[in-house]
Design a protein around this ligand. Sequence first.
Ligand code: DGY
Length: 324
Amino acid sequence: MARRKLLVTGVPPQAVIDRAKPAFDVSIWREAAPIGARLAQQAQGQDALIVMPGDKLDSSAIAALPPSVQVLGTYSVGYDHIDLAAATARRLPVFNTPDVLTDSVADLALFLILAAARDTTAAERTLRDGRWGPWAPMSMLGRSLQGMRLGIFGMGRIGQAVAERARAFGMHPHYHNRSRVSPDGERGAVFHAELEGLLAESDVLCICAPSTPELRNAIDAKRLACLPRGAIVVNVARGDLVDELAMFAAVHEGQVRGIGFDVYRNEPRIDERWLRLPNATLLPHIGSATDEVRTAMGMLALDGIQSHFEGRPAANLLNPAAYD
Ligand code: DGY
């Protein structure tokens, strides 16, 4: 039997390639620009694809895939870039990479909370620009995390891991989630049935919710006004959960005093107004970017693809109905 063909639309760690090669003829899209509209053509004759979170697989991109493609993996836990209903209708199973990136994203959330509370980006710029003056009691003052209320919007795996870390800094976790989580998941975090109720109690808001059509723009001007004045906002989830214009206004008006963002609309070509915000730590979507985690993500995507060909779909299958 001919060897199966696998196309990966970004360059994974070598260990992932080494694992894939004995099982597949592997092609890798190595250009710096995303594969974009060239996907349909590059996928000709491929049996399986592993795509990147920046590859948009809307219904027309899925319809354009050649019939040879039987299974899809995404190098991400988030799958807002894939029209799952269209994939299911085409009987295309889709696998993602949950769990393995939980800790690294939660670590980065804490980094961003600290950076925003202490305004470390501006402080570092002071040093780098040669503007560092004598030690003075009132210079470069931030806020202490101890005793602050941390509002977690989205109490899934990552939200819970953020809460666990925040407790070590003396913060008090609160959360809003579609449904209340178990006492084991809560570990004393205060549940708010309404997002507005959570925001009113959030000295720091950390956005960890998935991007779903219902949650797009969830953090808009009205909701930002619910925060206590001078709150901090951190986003490690997806850019489209936030109304960016409302966010810029809230920062300029002082309603929000500091932000730490890892995700934006239109990555990587983000709105230039982000760059002019004071007290902002802005990272280029690196939540899962450690060697260990990116390797584990690649392995998990491969597990999914291989499980499909072995006829026993793995637990990271997103659309079991594709097999109906
Ligand atoms: C994910 O896996 O969804 C992350 O955002 C990629 O780092």
